[in-house]
Design a protein around this ligand. Structure first.
Ligand code: F3S
Length: 386
């Protein structure tokens, strides 16, 4: 990979050990993927935050770094609500380690917002055509597909390295030629929700780039759910929806694989018949509009099983009345974390979700079973249909 003089100096450690280590990560990645150079990034979104997923080794690695990030950088969800962790039955030892991780990121100048939906908080964090180094798979999918920015799916260390240097290797989804569709997915269904569709399509296309042709018109929350599910059941980092998202670059449609999805297949993902002891919404983190919809659906009801609604702290704090309405039913609005990366999920037996991503990850990451329902079915399950 070609390096500028400045980049060479960073790699030789002329500006300290942290930048040297960060450059080593970027150069190693660039060499593996055949990048010709580094490119400047607009922002970083850094995974590897929950103590549950990175453990002591990760905590030690981050704590050892010294310096400041060069671009706006934000964190992925942590393993607990940073303020109300006791209400989640998180133990003291976990909480202490988790707060140490957060403080290590704070020292590096990373913004302490722990969310997979940074684009809902800061519009300026990513715009069309920007190069980014984002980690969390649903955020990556949203950035590439809905915003029209360009990012690979970074690991935690490579996103942090890119944040410190302000650059990332130029390969993968940073290059137009890798952004052409590989599959055309014709959806013969009237859809109200998109997580189940994403769950199915991710399994079919793997790491491909699907182009959807559908008669329903997904809004931004629907696209968030669709992309998150495909990134989890497959590893889709970019997709298109005809007449809804940006147009794909010029491509040979005959080279694409064609797939038809019918309503019945999508329905087969749903299963609201199982007894649940927890219902969790907000994967990816809820937008304000989703919180409003949940508050409306809960109006006049009381929850009979645990009901978590995960969102970014900044969103919850900007709508205290909405949070009060939701929590007056016995549900909890949980910030900074989610049902997948928090150990708090592990004490339950069966979780119901309205997210294709959570459906794919809960069994493996939390050791409990999961089923999928529409938002209405989830609210019914949590309130005993009251
Ligand atoms: Fe976000 Fe956690 Fe889902 S990080 S996309 S809420 S698994």
């Amino acid at each position: 990979m070609h390096l500028t003089k400045d980049e060479e100096l960073l790699l030789q450690g002329e500006r300290g050990d942290t930048l040297r280590r960060a450059m080593e990560i970027l150069v190693a990645l660039g060499d593996i993927y055949g990048a010709e150079q580094l490119i400047e990034i607009k922002s970083a979104q850094i995974a590897g935050v929950s103590y549950k997923t990175i453990g002591d080794a990760g905590l030690e690695w981050i704590s050892d770094l010294d310096g400041k990030v060069a671009v706006p950088s934000i964190l992925n969800p942590a393993g607990m609500d940073l303020l109300r962790w006791r209400e989640m039955s998180i133990d003291e030892d976990f909480a202490r380690k988790q707060l140490e991780i957060i403080n290590a990121y704070r020292r590096l100048g990373v913004t302490i917002e722990c969310t997979c939906t940074p684009y809902l908080l800061y519009e300026s964090i990513a715009s069309r055509g920007d190069h980014l180094a984002w980690s969390e798979s649903s955020a990556v999918s949203y950035a590439n597909s809905v915003i029209g920015a360009m990012t690979n799916r970074e690991g935690g260390p490579s996103a942090l390295a890119a944040a410190l240097v302000g650059k990332t290797p130029l390969y993968g989804y940073h290059l137009e030629e890798n952004r052409v569709p590989t599959h055309v997915i014709r959806v013969d269904a009237d859809l109200k929700e998109y997580g189940a569709l994403g769950f199915l399509v991710g399994k079919i296309v793997g790491d491909g780039v699907p182009l959807f042709v559908m008669r329903s018109r997904p809004d931004r929350d629907d696209l968030k759910a669709l992309g998150a599910a495909m990134a989890a059941s497959g590893s889709v980092a970019l997709y298109y929806v005809k007449d809804v998202t940006q147009e794909p670059p010029e491509h040979d449609e005959d080279a694409c694989e064609f797939v038809e999805i019918e309503e019945e297949e999508i329905r087969s993902v749903y299963d609201s018949t199982i007894d649940v002891d927890i219902v969790a919404l907000g994967c990816p983190h809820c937008s304000m509009q989703e919180l409003e919809r949940i508050a409306d659906l809960l109006e006049g009801r009381k929850v009979s099983s645990e009901l978590w609604i995960c969102t970014a702290r900044r969103i919850a704090e900007s709508a205290p009345e909405l949070v009060r309405r939701i929590e007056s039913t016995g549900a909890r609005v949980i910030c900074d974390t989610c049902m997948v990366v928090s150990p708090a999920s592990e004490r339950f037996k069966h979780m119901m979700v309205n997210s294709g991503k959570a459906l794919a990850y809960i069994p493996g990451m939390c050791g409990i079973s999961a089923s999928f329902g529409s938002l209405e079915e989830c609210i019914d399950a949590a309130t005993g249909g009251s």
